[in-house]
Each structure stands twice: as C-alpha cells, then as structure tokens.
Design a protein around this ligand. Structure first.
Ligand code: KG4
Ligand code: ZN
Length: 345
C-alpha cells in the first residue's frame, strides 16, 4: 500500500527528476548534491517550424521521448531502478498536456518503486539550479530569476523558504526577448537569436529601461520596452529608412538586462547578503553573464552562476529542488494534478 506517511528521509538520497513543462523532455539523477546523469530530448527544432511551441506537438513529443530519457539517465548514472530513493517531477507551471506526460510517468514510477513522489514547481527548480554548480552552497543568498514566464529578485532564506523582493508587473524578460526577436524577424527560440544579432551591434538606440519608478517596491516592466522596439521599427519603415537590426538588438538587450543587474547587486548590498545566484533561460545570455560577473566582482559579492545548460529547461534543476523538498519531507500524494499556472509564492 502506497502511504506517504511511511516514507523516511535518508541522507544522500538518489533522486530521479523529470521535466516536461514545455518543449524539453528531460530526466536527471542526483545522489545527494552530486549529479549522476542529465538527459534531454528537445522538440524545439520541430516547434521552430511553427514559430513557437504548439502545445499538442509538445505533448506528443514528450510521450515519445519520456521512456527513452529516463532509461538513458539510468544507464548514464550506472544505477538500477531499486537504487532510486525518490522521484521528483515538475507539476507546474507549464503546458497542461505536456506536464501530464511527465507527471503521470513519475507517479507510475514512484508507485511501482514505493518511493516518495516530490512535486516540483518549475520556477523553484530554476532557483535551485545554483546548487548544481556549487553543491556546498547554503542559503541565504539573493537569486536573480529570469525566464520566459518569470522575472524576479528573491531572497532565498533556507532550502525551501524565500521572499520575493521584486518582480515584473507585466511581461517577463524572456518573453520580451522573444517578442523583440519576432519584430526583428528572427526565428524561435528568440532569446539566443537576439543575443547573436546583438553581438554585431552597438547600443546607439535610446530605449526605455524596464525599471518602474516605484518608491514602495522594486518593480520591473517590459511592456514599454517591447512597445518602444515596435514603434521604433514602424517609424523607420514609415520614413523608408533602413533599420540597423544589430544596433536595435544590442540596445534592447542592454535596456532589458542592465536594470536587473543593478537591482540584484543593490538588493545584496542592502540586505548584507553577499552571495548571489541566478536561474532561468535568460541567465544563459552572455551579455547578462558578463555584466553580472563584473558587477558582483566590483562589490565583492560571491556569484554562483549555473552553467548555461542548467539555466534553460532541464531536469537536473528539478532533481536539485526535489532534494530540497525531500530533506524537508515534502512528499506529494499520488492524486496530485498538473497545474498550468502556479504563483511564485
Ligand atoms: O527558463 P526557460 O528555458 O523556460 C521557462 O521556464 O520560461 O526560459 C526560456 C526563455 C525564453 O524566453 C528564451 O528566449 C530565453 O529564456 N532565453 C534567452 C537566452 N536563452 C534563452 N534570452 C536571452 N538570451 C539567451 N541567450
Ligand atoms: Zn523554465
């Protein structure tokens, strides 16, 4: 009989993590904080033909790939099924059909092995990716989170507790990158393509910064920046003038990222928390990585910057957050459902 209350917490557990919230089917295995395997099968190339993620295609791709990524991860880790102490899985936020593939698989696996199921919030997975690069990392630290759906600065206080210091009031930073890519005629996925184009440009175009003047709280806004890029292009087109796309991409990138860096460092200094981490797809951006590295160095702040492959969607971060939840005994019941949206807190 599968009974959540019977499970004991072991030191250095082997946790298998599964991620299927968007277009990556991924499985990773950790023992304690040590990563044993990290497998991923992406449907991004198929999705690129449609200019973005088509939910039905994502679900079908997960169905075809989930068995293979899990088997490959077990082989890579050199373990057998009976070595697994817990199964962690993304239950939200994301595309419902896509999530259900990973969640159903994880439930079946946890049930058949009679081990705890750990339901992981995808965004908290991104926040936990820093532990992959620095297994000895201990809270407190300040986290800069920037993905396709979220942009926030957080104060991580313990393995499972954190405070949101500020966030976006409209679009997320990654979303703005994707929209800017569309305006520039760049294919999906937009963020990396904007970065590539920006590399050949100069920041000569004046665009609004994405920081809201709000004395009450720290607030970002990306909708004005997005509109400014669209308006700039319309104006140029109406005048029959050529657009320097590389300059526009570079100017956009700077406007989108500089305030995040400035405020992350400010939060660290104001709170006296001299460790900064980062997570989410936008953290794979080279301009952001360089700027954050320089800013932290200048202020003597220790920076834990996850490798790029742990910034974009992956299962290692789900296993990593799974361990945080496991150590606190936060086990899920088998009737847990997938959720398209979950608040950050
Ligand atoms: O974390 P993620 O893989 O998925 C979500 O949970 O949303 O983030 C995806 C977002 C997309 O908006 C993508 O364009 C952006 O991260 N992104 C980048 C880069 N790589 C991915 N944005 C800017 N520069 C990049 N190199
Ligand atoms: Zn993500």
């Amino acid at each position: 009989m599968y009974d959540v209350s019977n499970f004991k917490i072991k030191p250095n557990p082997v946790i298998l993590g599964i991620e299927s919230s968007c277009d990556e089917t991924a499985c990773a295995i950790i023992r304690g904080r040590r990563l044993l395997a990290n497998q991923i099968i992406s449907s991004a190339q198929i999705q690129a033909k449609f200019g973005g993620v088509v939910p039905e295609i994502a679900s079908r791709a997960h169905t075809e790939a989930v068995d293979e990524v899990v088997n490959n991860a077990i082989l890579e880790a050199g373990i057998t099924l009976k070595d697994i102490d817990a199964v962690a899985v993304t239950y939200g936020a994301g595309l419902l059909g896509a999530l259900l593939v990973g969640l159903s698989f994880a439930k079946g696996l946890a049930y058949s092995l009679n081990v705890p199921l750990i339901a992981v919030n995808h965004i908290r997975g991104h926040m936990a990716s820093a532990y992959l690069d620095e297994p000895d990392l201990k809270p407190p630290f300040i986290t800069l989170l920037a993905s396709g759906g979220h942009t926030a600065i957080l104060h991580t206080k313990s393995l499972t507790e954190f405070e949101v210091l500020g966030g976006t009031s409209d679009d997320a930073c990654g979303e703005a990158f994707d929209k800017c890519a569309r305006v520039l005629g760049l294919p999906y996925p937009g963020g990396p393509n904007v970065q590539r184009m920006a590399e050949g440009g100069n920041c000569t175009i004046s665009l609004p910064q994405c920081l809201v003047r709000n004395p009450e709280r720290l607030q970002f806004s990306y909708s004005g920046l997005k509109t400014a890029v669209i308006n700039y292009c319309h104006n140029k087109e109406q005048k029959g003038e050529e657009i320097n796309k590389a300059d526009l991409a570079a100017s956009f990138q700077k406007a989108a990222i500089d305030p995040l860096i400035k405020k992350t460092v400010e939060c660290a200094k104001n709170l006296g928390v001299y460790t900064v981490t980062a997570g989410g797809g936008v953290i794979a951006n080279d301009y952001l990585r360089n700027q954050l590295t320089c800013a932290c160095k200048k202020e003597n702040i220790k920076l834990v910057l996850p490798e790029k492959k742990y910034c974009t969607d992956n299962a290692a971060m789900i296993a990593s957050e799974g361990l945080n939840q496991y150590l606190e005994g936060n086990f899920a019941s088998l009737d847990i459902n997938a959720k398209a949206a979950i608040p950050l807190k």
